[in-house]
Ligand binder design. Structure first.
Ligand code: 6PG
Length: 248
């Protein structure tokens, strides 16, 4: 695993730089395999990146019809709810770029409960790789955020979802941080199979979690820091952070 740290004075600068990196990974994938599969992160930090990607600057710098979009996790709230990861991405990115119809895969949290939705979403993801034969599909890029408790996606410290193996997607009971709702989430094995993983983190409240994750200085035990367990075995790991996180 190649790990890279990129630190910026502001979230705006971070978002611009992360946008460049995403477009680079996208165009490499499209040239090599004719498709770019990306999983979006939830929460608030990625919004700036999504707005950069949907800006005029990138409208013709990538072939949006070759993009296939997934969600790394989702909350069980209405799709129009401001806490919905889908709603945020739809407004900041998906409605503003020319994706091919049917190229957005999202968990149907509005149709059933967490266990059923997790299995159905996993089946959707596997169908999107049909003919590519691997038991562990590889996304080209997975975007992740970082919680102040060391969670990422909806993999919370000490919770069963963080221990899940042999699955791509599982249900996730809420951690200590809001919103206290059920979720579905990518599993660590699926995340670690990706060609590229990008973490986006900003804000003093993330400092301890960032140090525990990036430097391995435990927040308790490292098993208690799910983000620390993101180690793409055949991929790269980029951290895009604001400067207050990168200071010792
Ligand atoms: C979720 C997110 C979660 C998020 C972090 C950071 O659905 O809760 O996927 O992992 O990325 O909690 O969130 P902020 O960017 O809002 O700080």
């Amino acid at each position: 695993m190649n790990k890279y740290l990129h630190a910026y004075a502001s979230l705006e600068e971070l978002s611009l730089a992360a946008g460049e990196q995403v477009i680079q990974y996208a165009n490499e994938a499209i040239i090599s395999r004719g498709i770019f599969r990306i999983a979006l992160a939830g929460g608030s930090t990625p919004r700036g990146l999504y707005e950069v990607l949907s800006s005029k600057k990138y409208s013709d710098q990538t072939d949006w019809a070759s993009w296939v979009v997934y969600f790394g996790d989702e909350r069980f709230v209405p799709l129009t709810d401001e806490r919905s990861n889908y709603a945020m991405a739809k407004e900041a990115l998906l409605d503003k770029v020319s994706l091919k119809k049917g190229n957005v895969y999202m968990p149907s949290v509005h149709l059933a409960g967490p266990a059923e939705v997790a299995m159905e979403y996993e089946a959707q993801i596997r169908r999107s790789f049909v003919g590519e034969g691997s038991s562990m599909p590889r996304l080209d890029l997975i975007l992740l955020g970082l919680g102040s408790d060391g969670h990422t996606a909806s993999l919370f410290p000490g919770k069963a979802a963080t221990e899940a193996v042999n699955r791509l997607v599982v249900e996730s009971t809420p951690g200590v941080l809001p919103p206290p709702v059920d979720r579905v989430t990518f599993t660590l094995p699926f995340i670690n199979a990706a060609r590229h993983v990008i973490f986006l983190a900003s804000g003093k409240d993330k400092q301890e979690a960032f140090h525990a994750t990036y430097h391995g200085t435990a927040l308790g035990s490292v098993q208690q820091v799910p983000a620390y367990l993101v180690r793409p075995s055949r991929g790269t790991l980029d951290w895009f952070v604001t400067k207050e996180l990168a200071t010792e």
